[in-house]
Design a protein around this ligand. Sequence first.
Ligand code: UD1
Length: 357
Amino acid sequence: MKIMSVVGARPQFVKLAPIAKAISETEHEHIIVHTGQHYDPLLSDIFFRDLGIPAPDAHLGIGSGSHGVQTGAILARMDEVLEQFSPDCVLVYGDTNSTLAATLSAVKLHYPVAHLEAGLRSFNRDMPEEHNRVLTDHASDICLAPTEVAREHLTREGLANRTVVVGDVMTDVLYEVRNQVESADQAAAIADLQLPDSYYLATIHRAENTDSPERLREIVTALSNADKPVVLLAHPRLRAKAAEQALELEQGSIVLRDSLAYPQLIAAALGSSGIATDSGGLQKEAFLLRVPCTTMRRETEWVETVQLGWNVLANSTTEILAALTRPAPQPTTAAPYGDGHAARRVVEVLSERIPLG
Ligand code: UD1
């Protein structure tokens, strides 16, 4: 079987790593298409390098643009790539514009589509990611759900027959990288990053936070008033929007840094006293590493992290500060995100279901 993975943005490269490894352990062929949605080396190339992902077979070089321009550009280029490689199935990841565009292109040319990380819902229809998720799930032939909660959403939307719960592939890669970080000298890895002795780790990149000046100011005010240094890893979108709004990011407790490579991020997360973020991936990574998380959003798709007490949603300056400095949650052995072998299951499901019977 020839499986084509289409990826374009940073979290998709992380999810691709365990899938590429799992496919390489079988007789199946794997074609990797990079849309070029993320093009900065810090958001793209170093993930391929550090996570041992083979170089893409095709690179569409799309770059930035409005939602319509970006999605349309990928759609326009995907037809020829699909015809060139003629895969048995197309695997799409998560909820970005690259996910939706690849899905539309593939279904229109009658290539079977499997959606990895299907069934996540924020129920916030203002988020571009929510449109991308819902549309991708409904267009896909196979919905690969990470959790039982995701399966319930898909069942409610009439997609139960297409759904298989496989676990979360980010758990696979996180456990592997955590073991590497811990067995290499974690203290040395952290020393290389030159982080403060005791710190919180923060990221902000979602449009709902970066694009509203009031909202971004509220978050930056909270982080700048924290009781210890806050290492803020700046996504290019955050830097661009703060500059547009003439907002100084490095103020008070905030220590501004570039985005980190994945193993460095995991080392920095492990060494932190808490994480403040709007990233879906980092909320889960915090939970899996048992680091308290504060999510600067009104809702989360990863509801298990909140239910188990390791994640708190916080929005106003006061809420964010209170959440960041709260006492450590109760320990838990719950494993809602699987056992670290989700990628192997994905490949098994594709082998069983393709060609679609
Ligand atoms: C995208 C995804 C989001 C995901 C995130 C991970 C969509 C709708 N959003 O958001 O779901 O969580 O990736 O990072 O697909 N930029 C650069 N260099 C880059 C990429 C982006 O400078 O390599 C800047 C550009 O100014 C660009 C802006 O960041 O306009 C936004 O980039 P874009 O890819 O549109 O979305 P993200 O915010 O990264």
